[in-house]
Design a protein around this ligand. Sequence first.
Ligand code: AMP
Ligand code: MG
Length: 357
Amino acid sequence: MHTRLLVIQEVDSGESGKALREAGECLRKGGLVAFPTETVYGLGGDALNPASSKKIYAAKGRPSDNPLIVHIYRWEDIYRVSSSVPAQAKAIADAFWPGPLTMILPKSEEVPYETTGGLDTVAVRMPSHPVAARLIEYAGGFVAAPSANASGRPSPTSARYVMEDMEGRIDMVIDGGEVGIGLESTIIDLTVTPPQILRPGYVTQEMLSEVLGRVDLDVTALRADSGQAPKAPGMKYRHYAPKGELTIVSGPMDQVAEYINAKTDAHKAAGEKTGVIGTNEALAEYHADVVKSVGSRQDELEIGKRLYRILREFDDENVDCIYSEAFDTGGYGQAIMNRLLKAAGHHVVSLGDKGEL
Ligand code: AMP
Ligand code: MG
């Protein structure tokens, strides 16, 4: 299959508007189109067409028990995909939609089990990216879209990475530039009391609690030793895994740098290529072959935005083992640590008093 790459500057300009309509038409006919959202690039298909959802799983190599998120572009369409919309859903939609927040609700009959991975619940999100919003409208209003990476690779933050994974497997890729956030949406389950965050993201536990009162976080989001299975089926898979072996080192910064250097020196002596994911504040300390900065410790948004790109770059450079600094496990740091822990298969070394994990 030839994959067309369409570059969109502004959704309303003549050429781009035409391209978006074409992409919408392709989705209506059961095709697959990757598109930018404010979180990461999504791989879209018609959410109400079982054949489209099956094609999404095939293109990604995704296990079919891992449900897809249904994207809508206006509030009232939530009643088409969910049979029971609680007041809490309206409250958080008013606060955070359109935006990087997904809610789990009871599904309606119209949503096929192929889209929900066999579950009676459905994940719904209204993205804020103008290209995404317009494409969903042109596609008929309901676009199932997981992240547009091949299963097991980091989610793509630019069209280049989508093409890397999906060229030849889908009909179109819409290039709308680099994404703003870089980590997937927060997922909150509203079918349980109190509501539970299944995947931390840009909309934090604190932000949700301000609207809903008590909100819990799935214990598996930040710990591997809870002995429980994650509530979001997709979270049990080792996503985002770089090819090199990744270890997270937490603790006081001077001890972290010392530990990482001792390890990378030893790996280098054994002929292995070593890498470090560090912050600007400590970057000059490291001895590894490839040292990459995720940004400043003071700027978590930047860290989230760079993380997946850096993991992909390590793959391109064929690094054998990677060590990463740890990040705070409060606020937005929860989302960063959750993705990093999954990339590392929860392999964490805690040093000194401050080792929190
Ligand atoms: P992705 O779109 O690739 O970011 O993945 C979607 C995530 O949403 C996966 O982790 C899924 O397991 C999760 N998800 C989608 N639908 C549901 C649902 N009905 N219940 C729980 N988790 C869901
Ligand atoms: Mg994904």
